[in-house]
Design a binder for this molecule. Structure first.
Ligand code: AHR
Length: 636
């Protein structure tokens, strides 16, 4: 066993025999930082977020809607997530009615025929939510639904949140006066001092015979910034802590869809929810499109991020593509309309529609991505498709920076989007990936990257791989202008995950950050505005670092990664730097690469703050085994 440990660390380790015990630590690294020699600027947009509808990221995730399948999609198994309720001796049946719905977009509905019911024996339907429904004490839940009745004497609808185990009503209200034409009704469910719970469901019942049609049944808890149709507070707060500079949306594969008619059609995701037809997503579930184009933009606004908007570029995942030329023109026009919706003032056609949708002020946009992972397009059409989009967009918006998702020759893209899904070892070897990249070529956007180790969320070994990789991006952030980990979110309930190793996990009630999440929090919190000249000597192959300065704050940020199983002494030289004698030290570490956070143990691995005393221009600092650290030096 000892021999094995020694062999693994021999290249970088010194072995000390003390009192018969064997201690190993990595050979000391010598790191010289020239605080008086700024190198290049650090891209202020280096760290951002990438998002798409995957792993129940929006529906059943960030988008706070509590009702699952609110527009009644059905399959061979019935009407997903809705069940008939026949209390006492009541009798009823339910079915999808394809002949009636509240709008041109929602043309079907749920029909409930109540054959026998009274006030003590009500009948109706229940919805199970996204693996439950969250209930907190003293909280107002705001709901709405579209309904019509077969006749005006149906009586009131009773709406309740009910505990799954107890069967007890937690809170209840009634809505009266449902007429014979489609209309939207609103309701509020207020809780008293009830225990926090997730095992609850929502019930709609009537105590009278008759027919009731329902559509777009909705219920929201309080949301971030109290937005109507808004986002979960805990998840927004977790993202805010990452200090993201941008949001790349709406995908990812979600942009493309499996087939052309299943792409993210932005025009069908704006305006009142009742006018959004919903669509199948490539990740095997149906999207409510409650998170539409404007909601993405408002998410950016709430977290002070700039949008990095991906426009559909004529390729879908099952290898459907549109040939460049006249056939592609409608898609190019659609992208131009989308850019006008985002950036146009209210005198423009689409800017005016955005104002009607509730947001008169245009959004600032710099980066537009043409497609997603178009290297999958074996037809070779991306060359022509990119050129066609590029020409049309630049003609109207010359200031926009256009991102290519695959190599193109005839047009020089402003930015190239690189994707990396790798193991930690690969990131250790490849942390120098961009060191030799041609500085005269397009800028680089690492639009999707992750160390994929750990499921559903990455473990500490993955966080070490991530941190090593981030030191490389930071060192090269003159050319790597943006980077975003993917996927960002995962619902950890059984069946919730389609892609392993996702940054933030949650169920309907709680959420947690993975070790990789906290590595991102550290790197995003201590970005700096320029790199400093530095040199490392006599270190092993599992030590990585990056050094930047924040000019305004007069602070130097030294990020250190020790991916070895032994402590790493680092002798630091900072010639000429005027440093305060204490520095802040933030440490993220674990005893094993397999150690991780979970919903039940969300804070096993979190950053720990401490103070480094006796800081000078020459001192030795020893990093723990398996650790990621930031030393924040204060300059005088
Ligand atoms: O992040 C998951 C998927 O990986 C994205 O949808 C796609 O762009 C990539 O292949």
């Amino acid at each position: 066993m000892i021999g094995k440990t020694f062999a693994r660390t021999a290249a970088a380790a010194a072995v000390l025999l003390t009192g018969g015990l064997l201690f190993a630590q990595s050979a000391p690294a010598t790191l010289t930082i020239h605080a008086d020699q700024p190198q290049h600027a650090v891209s202020p947009t280096l760290y951002g977020l990438m998002t798409e509808e995957i792993n129940y990221s929006y529906d059943g995730g960030l988008y706070a809607e509590m009702v699952r399948n609110r527009t009644f999609q059905s399959n061979w198994n019935g009407i997903s997530d809705w069940y008939l309720l026949e209390d006492g001796n009541s009798a009823a049946k339910m079915d999808i009615d394809k002949t009636t719905g509240p709008s041109a977009a929602l043309t079907h509905s749920l029909r409930i025929d109540v054959e026998k019911a009274d006030a003590h024996n009500p009948a109706g339907v229940l919805n199970v939510g996204w693996w439950g429904m969250p209930v907190h004490a003293n909280t107002a839940y705001k709901g709405s639904f579209y309904a019509k009745a077969g006749s005006a004497d149906l009586g009131p609808i009773t709406i309740s949140l009910v505990g799954n185990e107890s069967g007890k009503v937690i809170t209840s209200t009634t809505v009266s006066g449902v007429g014979t034409g489609w209309k939207q009704y609103e309701y509020t469910l207020k809780t008293a001092a009830v225990p926090t719970s997730s095992e609850n469901h929502l019930v709609f019942t009537v105590g009278h015979t008759g027919t009731l049609w329902l559509s777009l049944v909705s219920l929201f808890p309080p949301t971030y910034h109290n937005r109507v149709n808004g986002n979960r507070i805990d998840l927004m707060e977790k993202m805010a802590a990452m200090h993201p500079a941008f949001l790349r949306f709406p995908g990812g594969n979600y942009l493309e869809g499996n087939h052309i008619n299943e792409r993210f059609e932005w025009k069908k995701t704006i305006g009142p929810l009742v006018d959004r037809p919903t669509h199948p997503s490539p990740w095997n579930y149906h999207s409510s499109d409650g998170m539409g184009l404007l909601e993405f933009l408002e998410w950016c606004e709430d977290l002070h991020m700039q949008p990095v908007l991906a426009v559909y570029a004529g390729y879908s995942l099952m290898h459907d593509h549109i040939e460049p030329g006249p056939a592609l023109e409608p898609f190019v026009q659609d992208a131009l309309d989308e850019l006008e919706y985002v950036t146009g003032d209210t005198s423009t056609r689409w800017g005016a529609i955005r104002a009607q949708n509730g947001h008169p002020a245009p959004f600032k946009l710099t980066y537009v991505e043409i497609g997603n992972e178009d290297w999958f397009d074996q037809s070779g059409s991306y060359e022509g498709r990119y050129a066609q989009f590029y020409k049309a967009i630049k003609a109207r918006y010359p200031q926009l920076q256009l991102i290519a998702t695959a190599p193109v020759k005839s047009t020089r893209p402003d930015v190239i989007d690189d994707h990396f899904y790798v193991r930690a070892t690969q990131n250790f070897h490849d942390a120098t990936h961009y060191d030799k990249t041609d500085r005269n070529g397009p800028k680089i956007f690492v639009g999707e990257w992750a160390t994929r180790e750990g499921t559903p969320t990455p473990n500490f070994g993955a966080a070490l791989g991530d941190a090593a990789w981030m030191t490389g991006m930071e060192r090269n952030s003159d050319i790597v202008i943006m980077a975003s980990y993917a996927p960002l979110l995962v619902n950890v309930n059984p069946g919730g995950m389609q892609w392993e190793s996702d940054l933030i996990g949650y169920d309907v009630l709680k959420s947690y950050g993975s070790p990789s999440y906290y590595a991102q929090v550290l790197f995003g919190s201590y970005l700096g505005d320029h790199t400093l000249a530095s040199k490392v000597e006599s270190t092993g192959d599992k030590f990585f670092y990056s050094v930047t300065r924040d000019t305004a704050k007069k602070q130097i940020y030294l990020k250190l990664v020790n991916a070895a199983s032994t402590p790493q002494p680092v002798t630091l030289y900072l010639p000429g730097a005027k440093l305060a004698s204490t520095a802040r030290l933030v440490t993220l570490s674990a005893h094993d690469t397999q150690s991780t956070n979970t919903l039940a143990n969300p804070e096993r691995i979190v950053p720990v703050d401490s103070t480094l005393n006796n800081v000078s221009n020459h001192f030795t600092h020893t990093m723990p085994a398996y650790s990621i650290q930031v030393i924040v030096f204060n300059e005088q």
